[in-house]
Structure formats: C-alpha cells, structure tokens
Design a protein around this ligand. Structure first.
Ligand code: NDP
Ligand code: MG
Length: 378
C-alpha cells in the first residue's frame, strides 16, 4: 500500500486525482492541503480520512467542524505543517496548489527521494533550475502533470537526448483561438474562462486564453527535458488531441494522442503504468471522425514567445518577473479592474524594465518577488 499527500486537494487537479483514487484499495492518505474551500474539503476528508489536513485560510480553518472527522488531525499552522511533512515522508506527492503559494511544500516533495507528481507549473517557471537540481540530487521520481509535458515525458523517457531535434508543444488556443489581438480588447471574464476543451481553475484558464500558459509550458519543458530555447516550439492545435510532437534528428516525428483529460497523467502518476481509469466514459473520439488541425502560433502574440526565449536564455529572476507581472494582471482582470488587453499591456510595459537578478535559493526569490510587486504597483 502506498501513501499519498495532495497539496491542493480541493482544486481542479486535486479533485480529478481523488476521482481516480476513490475506489482503490491501493493507497492511504497522509497530508491534504487546501486554502479555504471547506464545502468541497469536508466531504473529501470524510471519504478519504487523510492523517493530516492543513487549511491555510484562518477563517475557514476555524469554521470547519473538526469533531466530524475523528481519524484526521487538523494542523494549526504552516510551520507545523512543513515540519510534519518533513518528518513523515509519503510515497507519492501531488503538488497542485495554484500560483506561487506554498512552494516550500513542492520543495520538500522534491527533496523526498520519493515520487513527485508536479502539476504546479509556477514552481518550474520561477525556480526551475534549483528545483530540478534538488530533484536530481535527491533521486526523486518526477512525473509532470500537464498534458503536454506528460506526453513529452512518455515520448522522451527512453530516448537518447542526441536523437532529438525538437519538442513541439501544442496549444488549443483557448476560447479566443483565431481571434486577432485587436478584437480581444474587451473580452470579459466569463468569456475568458470559457475554455473549449478543459475545465480548470480560473488562473490557468485565463492564462490559456492569453496564451501565457503556453509560454510557461515552454519554460517548464526547458527545465524538465533539458532542451534549449531553439529546441522548443509551439503550434496551435484546437482539438487538444495531440499533446506534443517530438521531432527526431532523422526528420521523423512522434506524436502522443489522447482525449483531453488530466486523468491520463494523474493515473499514470499514481500507478506508474497505464490503467483503466475512465469510469463511465464511452468510445474515444480519437477513432471516430478524427479531424486534426495544426496552425501557426499567432504572429500578433509573438512578443510572448520572445519573452519566453529571453527567460530560457537568461535564467535568474526572468521567469519570476514574467510570472509575477502576469499574476498581478490576471488577478486584476478577474476582479474586473482591468480589460483583457491590459494583461498584455502590463506584461509588455514592465518585463524589460524590471532589473535582471541572479537568484537561486527560495529566500532570494521571495525577496525579489516583493521588489517586483512594488515595481509593478508604482
Ligand atoms: P484550482 O484553482 O482549481 O485549485 C487550486 C488548489 O490550490 C485548491 O485546492 C486551493 O484550495 C489550493 N490553494 C490555493 N491557494 C492556496 C494556499 N494559499 N494554501 C493552500 N492551498 C491553496 O487550480 P488547478 O487545480 O486548475 O491548478 C493547480 C495547479 O496545476 C496550477 O499550478 C495549474 O497551473 C496546474 N495545472 C492545472 C491543470 C488543470 O487542468 N487544471 C493542467 C496543468 C497544470 P481552495 O480550493 O481551498 O481555494
Ligand atoms: Mg498544459
């Protein structure tokens, strides 16, 4: 029996993982971490009886009726959580908290020498070099939980790096696929959240609509697979059936296909083999009316790819700068304080202006994050 900890158990990734695990007798549960969504958390805690739960938001933490959950301990503070996680390693960690928050938990999982299912992409974008170094030194088994990176992982895991020319990630294009930049000005929050192929948390849904998510994914791929900016490319593929292409030195390609469902990487991550996880799902679209299109990344958004290349080339704080500006902008957009187009405007007007810094450790990163936020706000 393997033990699992889920950081972000109430979110889109967390709940999809739990759907896969709910009928299994193969696992026990250690640490479940969320922010404040106790209406979702309570029935999950009841059903899965994790040993420990940490709820970050103080109000929500005090509101949950602990006496209902006799086999679960509720951890009162974050430092206490970090200590307990360090002292009680799990066999498998799912890192699925959104954004920059609680990155220490991802680092502890990376240091564990066990298995890390990494969904949180911000950790790779802002400190990929350090994170990958820790994972290598600790011999932690890393499984990427992102459809593109999981498919690339499958294609690349038994390959000699010398055989690969390129990795090409696909992007669905999100809800505004084929809409030119000039017509995106006033797209509202509901329109931007309405992703055609995936149901995801609100932050990543907006990032998909702007295509910033794909930039993050190129940076992730650079760190995960040790590929240079020149070896990474993006194409638009609206159906989200092909998740990545590997181009080999001989000019042939390998494409990984599946319906868009995060259950593929998650179930593989838990079992380390392909298992029948798709309960109640009928015949695949794959063999019925397969109609796949591939298009170029939109020219009018090429400035995003220029920034991505700059981040890969220069490292240091460049990923943090990009992610921090975007974070700020997406939050403002979700609060209806700025227009959709202003997300791009904020990125373009701030990225170059923010001073380049070499940083490596989390403390340096946290300090620089505060400086960057101050710069953006002024
Ligand atoms: P959601 O917004 O749906 O869920 C986020 C989770 O993180 C929730 O459990 C939330 O708790 C928790 N959380 C947020 N802030 C804190 C905090 N301060 N302390 C503790 N827990 C916190 O996001 P997704 O599941 O969509 O995404 C999670 C990560 O996975 C992101 O980094 C995303 O980029 C990545 N990812 C997601 C994909 C998807 O298909 N959804 C695909 C590929 C990657 P609460 O519910 O209580 O607020
Ligand atoms: Mg993805």
């Amino acid at each position: 029996m393997k033990s699992i900890s889920i950081f972000g158990f109430t979110g889109s990734i967390g709940t999809q993982a739990l759907n896969i695990l709910e009928d299994s007798e193969d696992f026990v549960f250690d640490f479940f971490v969320c922010n404040k969504n106790i209406d979702i958390a309570a029935p999950i805690i009841k059903k899965f009886s994790p040993k420990y739960v940490f709820i970050d938001d103080k109000g929500a933490r005090e509101k949950i009726n602990r006496s209902e959950f006799s086999s679960t301990s509720f951890i009162p503070d974050y430092d206490g959580l970090l200590k307990l996680v360090k002292e009680n390693p799990s066999d498998i960690y799912l890192s699925a908290i959104s954004g920059f928050s609680k990155v220490e938990l991802t680092l502890l999982a990376a240091q564990s020498g066990k298995r890390l299912l990494l969904a949180n992409k911000e950790s790779l974008v802002i400190m990929g070099t350090r994170l990958m170094q820790i994972i290598k030194e600790s011999d932690t088994d890393l499984i990427p939980i992102d459809s593109e990176h999981y498919s690339a992982y499958l294609s690349l895991k038994e390959l000699d790096q010398a055989e690969i020319s390129k990795l090409i990630l696909t992007a669905s294009g999100g809800p505004f696929e084929s809409v030119p930049l000039e017509n995106l000005k006033n797209k509202n929050v509901t329109e931007a959240l309405n992703h055609p192929n995936w149901e995801m948390g609100s932050k990543i849904s907006i990032d998909s609509a702007t295509l910033v998510n794909k930039c993050f994914e190129v940076i992730e791929a650079h760190h995960l697979f040790n590929l240079s900016g020149e070896q990474l490319d993006v194409v638009i593929h609206p159906q989200s059936i092909i998740h990545s292409f590997v181009e080999f030195k001989d000019g042939s390609y390998e494409a990984q296909m599946s319906e868009p469902d995060m259950g593929f990487p998650l179930s593989y991550g838990f079992y380390k083999q392909r298992v029948a996880f798709r309960k109640n799902k009928t015949a695949d679209k794959i063999l019925h009316g397969l109609n796949l299109t591939i298009k170029e990344f939109p020219q009018d958004r090429s400035f995003l790819l220029d920034i991505t290349k700059d981040i890969i080339q220069n490292g240091g704080n460049r990923g943090l700068v990009f992610a921090a500006i975007n974070n700020y902008a997406v939050e403002k957009f979700l609060n209806e304080e700025i227009r959709f187009i202003d997300i791009y405007n904020l990125i373009r007007s701030n990225y170059e202006k923010i001073e380049k810094k070499d940083l490596f450790e989390l403390e340096e990163l946290n300090e620089n994050y505060i400086e960057i936020q101050e710069h953006i706000r002024n």
